[in-house]
Design a protein around this ligand. Structure first.
Ligand SMILES: Cc1cc2nc3c(=O)[nH]c(=O)nc-3n(C[C@H](O)[C@H](O)[C@H](O)COP(=O)(O)OP(=O)(O)OC[C@H]3O[C@@H](n4cnc5c(N)ncnc54)[C@H](O)[C@@H]3O)c2cc1C
Length: 325
């Protein structure tokens, strides 16, 4: 069986790894220069910078077993960051003791580990799809990427919808899957400080704060050394400032930090990144995955399962099981 999977994030990688084990001919396409999607860390002169997923947790026993495998292979490690939370404007120690994992030396390493030996095509943005009732044809930059018996889209909901609508396969049932936006935006900003104002490595914002998360990159192996603090703005802030430019967002980040520290702070913004499709919309109804044999079409992704790395893996695995039935 030949299958094209679009999206080499955790969901696409999990699905591909299962199908390849059963002898399917899998071709995996991603528009990025490397794999990992929202788990990608940016390579900088001082080390990696985790702009997207900061860590992941494992609550499902099958995913926990996968994590044990990655741990043994050295693809991930435990992150034992000292955690704090905002309470009435003050930074206080967090009682949260959940086990957290990170890829080493970058977040995408466990995704890459799933993809060893696979036909992987990075730097290929799939721009058009055509279904003739039997096979799917994919196009990138006006050229065909080939014809396949099955197709999986393991990409954010809002990027899957226009591709499938243009292919003319969106009926009432698929329209329902697309009717509520599944993923909401997040602005990420990295700030270099002269010193650490807190004896912590990660700080959770609260319902009233502009930021949802602040993390000291050097607390993770392989990451930028020095006082690099990665700030994620809240969903409400990110929605409100979605079309702002990076310099404006950088200014907001410095003000937010200044208010939090409440003392003169020497700080420089080194990176700003807008994730348009970042976090799960809590109002989105979850489907796990979506598969229609008559269309030879499947959808997988964190957005179908709950919005975390673990969910992306579970969604990809569930879709693979469905395809292999
Ligand atoms: C700011 C932020 C913070 C987060 N923090 C955490 C966290 O702390 N813990 C946690 O568990 N999760 C976190 N997440 C969520 C986590 O990153 C995701 O759940 C997970 O990475 C999603 O994997 P995925 O495979 O479903 O999608 P993605 O990682 O989005 O992968 C989709 C892939 O499809 C590719 N693609 C899209 N369109 C096309 C196209 N047309 N052609 C070719 N390729 C295409 C993209 O390049 C991408 O590589 C965070 C996410 C963000 C953005």
């Amino acid at each position: 069986m030949t299958i094209a999977i679009i999206g080499a994030g955790m969901a696409g990688a999990a699905c591909a790894s299962q199908l390849i084990q059963q002898g399917w001919q899998v071709s995996l396409f991603d528009k990025g220069r490397s794999v990992g999607g929202r788990m990608s860390s940016k390579r900088t002169e001082q080390g990696y910078l985790d702009l997207g997923a900061q860590y992941f947790t494992a609550r499902d026993t099958a995913f926990l077993a996968q994590c044990q495998h990655w741990l043994r292979a050295g693809s991930i490690t435990h992150w034992q960051g000292r955690l704090a939370q905002l309470e009435s404007g003050a930074v206080v120690a967090s009682p949260d003791e959940e086990v957290r994992f990170i890829g080493v030396p970058s977040m995408q390493v466990p995704v890459a580990a799933l993809l060893q030996g696979l036909a992987l095509y990075t730097g290929r943005q799939v721009e058009r799809l055509a279904f003739d009732g039997n096979r799917w044809q994919l196009f990138s930059a006006g050229a065909s990427l080939g014809c396949f018996e099955q197709l999986v889209l393991a990409i954010p909901q809002q990027q899957a919808e226009p591709l499938l609508r243009a292919a003319g396969v969106v009926d009432a049932e698929l329209s329902t899957v697309f009717s509520t936006p599944a993923l909401l935006p997040c602005w990420a900003v990295n700030v270099q400080l002269s010193h650490s104002p807190w004896p912590y490595d990660g700080i959770f914002g609260n319902a009233g704060s502009q930021f949802s998360w602040l993390a000291r990159q050097s607390s993770k192996p392989g990451r930028s050394q020095g006082e690099h603090w990665l700030l994620h703005f809240s969903t409400a802030f990110s929605l409100q400032h979605l079309e702002s430019d990076s310099s404006e967002i950088a200014g907001y980040a410095l003000t937010a930090l200044q208010q939090l520290v409440d003392q003169p702070l020497s700080a420089d913004v080194t990176h700003c990144h807008r994730w348009r499709y970042a976090r799960q919309n809590p109002a989105y109804p979850l489907y796990g995955m979506w598969y229609r044999p008559a269309l030879a079409l499947g959808l997988a992704g964190d957005w179908l399962y709950g919005g975390r790395v673990e969910h992306a893996w579970l969604s990809g695995m569930q879709l693979a099981r469905e395809l292999l039935r």
